[in-house]
Design a protein around this ligand. Structure first.
Ligand code: NAD
Ligand code: UDP
Length: 339
């Protein structure tokens, strides 16, 4: 298929572009580089030997989005583009609603006008809200979220479900758990701008000397070691999940289907930190700090549906995730070069 990847220069998008090319698909990217650097595309091209056309514009620009679909042959869309920082979304809700919903409206409208009927969407485990039983199952209702970011995901899932039912689209809603890791080559990885919000990139920056120490947000949760447990998933496994979902769309009997993409087990903050120390080969500095507002004690994915229907499951271990993150971070201490 010829696949348009929105947000294809970002962390998960770039790894998925690579996997799509390796699976024999033809890829084009749209990204406004608001949270990524153009130099990532050169890394993708050197790993694959393929040329990836990049359209650099903001998807909320309806005219440009329409023109893209009018001038390019597109068989399917994987939609990653969006803003994703939970804390920032509380401070700037309108920016989050405008960007995340606006990009989806423009994209899906253009798809409709140009008869493109296959869509894979980046959703998140955040849509399960605060009360879903663990492990999280795709059929759980009602979806909810505790931040404007999370609510954009709930809303986009709803919009896409309604449009799929009305207009004959096939939509896979992929609910990611905690994506971490980097490409095994060490040439591609997560490159957060500013101070990392998430655990793994923060530990990686401590290890490389960019941050003094990790603050562990709470050690008095009702878990085995008192720190929160999450379901970490290697970004290469996640990328493979997108290829599997894309290739499954035509066989779907319903217009829209949600799939959890996770590993199916919980790992605590301390366990992840210790695994990273093993990858680096020495101890790293940390302190126990207060709880972070809004954090749930523990959750992970029910992975049965993705295994049965997509034939996909995560294969990489926590040690693989840490080793690959460290290979990337130590070889690229400042992330991707500007340019
Ligand atoms: P990212 O910020 O690295 O990638 C998103 C890309 O989209 C960036 O390259 C950015 O420049 C681009 N972009 C943003 N708004 C755009 C717009 N209006 N027009 C064109 N391009 C635009 O993020 P990521 O971690 O790769 O996440 C990708 C998707 O997965 C996002 O939708 C995110 O919400 C979702 N997600 C991420 C996580 C995670 O932990 N990383 C978890 C669950 C869901
Ligand atoms: N965390 C932490 N210190 C940090 C960042 C995160 O202790 O600097 C904890 C956080 O409280 C949560 C876990 O690590 O329990 C994963 O957080 P992250 O932000 O990566 O993902 P989230 O849980 O928000 O999906």
């Amino acid at each position: 298929m010829r696949v348009l990847v929105s947000g294809g220069a970002g962390y998960i998008g770039s790894h998925t572009v690579l996997s799509l090319i390796e699976a024999g698909h033809d890829v084009l990217v749209v990204d406004d580089f608001s949270n990524s650097k153009p130099t990532v595309m050169a890394r993708v091209e050197s790993l694959t030997g393929a040329h990836v056309p990049v359209h650099a514009f903001d998807l909320t620009d309806v005219d440009k989005t329409e023109r893209l679909f009018a001038t390019e042959q597109i068989d399917a869309v994987i939609h990653f583009a969006g803003l994703k920082a939970v804390g920032e979304s509380v401070a700037k809700p309108l920016e989050y609603y405008a960007n995340n919903l606006g990009s989806t409206f423009a994209l899906v409208n253009a798809m409709r006008h140009h008869d493109v009927r296959r869509l894979v969407f980046s959703s998140s485990a955040t849509v399960y809200g605060d009360n879903a039983p663990v492990p999280y199952h795709e059929d759980y209702q009602p979806l909810s979220a505790s931040s404007p970011y999370g609510r954009t995901k709930v809303m986009q899932e709803q919009v896409l479900s309604d449009v799929a039912a009305a207009d004959g689209l096939k939509v896979a809603l992929l609910r990611y758990f905690n994506p971490v890791g980097a490409h095994r080559s060490g040439t591609m990885g997560e490159d957060p701008q500013g101070i990392p919000n998430n655990l793994m990139p923060f530990i990686a920056q401590v290890a490389v000397g960019r941050r003094e120490k990790l603050a562990i947000f709470g050690d008095d949760y009702p878990t085995a070691d008192g720190t929160c447990e999450r379901d970490y998933i290697h970004v290469e496994d996640l990328a493979a999940g997108h290829v599997a979902a894309l290739e499954h769309l035509d066989a779907m009997t319903e217009p829209v289907r949600a799939f959890n993409l996770g590993g199916g087990t919980g790992t605590s903050v301390l366990e992840l930190f210790r695994a990273f120390e093993r990858a680096v080969g020495h101890e790293l500095p940390y302190e126990i700090a207060g709880r972070r507002a809004g954090d749930l004690p523990a959750y992970w994915a029910d992975t049965a549906r993705a295994a049965e229907e997509l034939g996909w499951r995560a294969t990489r271990t926590i040690d693989d995730m840490c080793a690959d993150t460290w290979r990337w971070q130590s070889a690229n201490p400042q992330g991707y070069p500007e340019g």
